[in-house]
Ligand binder design. Structure first.
Ligand SMILES: [Zn+2]
Length: 254
């Protein structure tokens, strides 16, 4: 059994170790084309959550297996929260861990569509309470040079070369063989998903190049994450410990 302080440990063990830092992985339950399961983002963010918690000796909260997947609506199996619900869940969890003496929480986001995490986290940080939150989109921290597909635009954010390679490295049994490359209909950007569903750019809901994925590439991507993710977080924890105040001097906090 791993030594990570997670849900497999007792409440007495949590009380004995008194961690100050906790990690909340946030995933999504949404379609991932023909070859990846609905819980792909949960597999991945759980993996990175466990890694980060282990490295930083943090408590690991259970992965939130639902996120906001509004842009994926209408694909069988996809279940989305409303933005307000996700924000409320983050607020409730933050209040709980703060009341137990945690001073820092890393919200580790595993799904690009979880746009509601940003405003929820800012709102909590602006209160300047005892708990500070660091929002980390894990997928921003790897070497994009490892990918062979098109480098321009958002051709590989969902079920493509990147995501399929990671899944081949961490959960190969969950990856199917029907991997179809789909060139997106336009050169689009993430903010377009405020107006157009992902279906508009790729009718199957998966713009990208999964045929380029491999287990070897997945391992290289994981290694690149492991090199950069924890130093990035440690640096920000240091910044936080220098100055925990979010608001300006003239502002009364509440
Ligand atoms: Zn995904």
């Amino acid at each position: 059994m791993s030594d990570i302080l997670d849900g497999s440990k007792t409440s007495f063990e949590w009380r004995r170790r008194k961690p100050r830092l906790c990690v909340l992985p946030v995933g999504a339950f949404e379609q991932h084309s023909r070859h990846l399961p609905l819980c792909t983002d949960n597999f991945k963010v759980e993996y990175f959550g466990r890694f980060v918690a282990g490295e930083l000796k943090a408590a690991l909260l259970p992965t939130l297996n639902y996120g906001t997947s509004l842009e994926q609506s209408g694909f069988a199996g996809t279940v989305t929260l409303r933005a307000e619900t996700l924000m409320q869940i983050v607020r409730d969890i933050a209040a709980e861990v703060e009341a137990q003496g945690f001073t820092e929480m890393i919200v580790l986001n595993g799904h690009g569509g979880n746009f509601a995490l940003g405003p929820a986290v800012r709102d909590i940080n602006r209160r300047d309470g005892r708990l500070k939150i660091l929002l980390i989109n894990y997928y921003e921290h790897y070497d994009r040079g490892l990918l062979d597909g098109p480098k321009r635009g958002l051709t590989d954010i969902h079920s493509g070369e990147f995501e399929t390679s990671i899944m081949l490295a961490i959960a190969p049994e969950a990856v199917g063989s029907d991997r179809r490359d789909i060139k997106p209909r336009h050169d689009w950007r993430q903010s377009d998903l405020n107006t157009f569903a992902i279906r508009y750019f790729a009718p199957d809901g998966a713009p990208g190049y999964p045929s380029l994925a491999s287990e070897e590439k997945g391992r290289a991507i994981l290694a690149s994450f492991k090199r950069t993710l924890v130093p990035h977080i440690r640096e920000r924890l240091r910044w936080l410990r220098q100055d925990r105040t979010y608001t300006g001097k003239g502002r009364r906090t509440s």
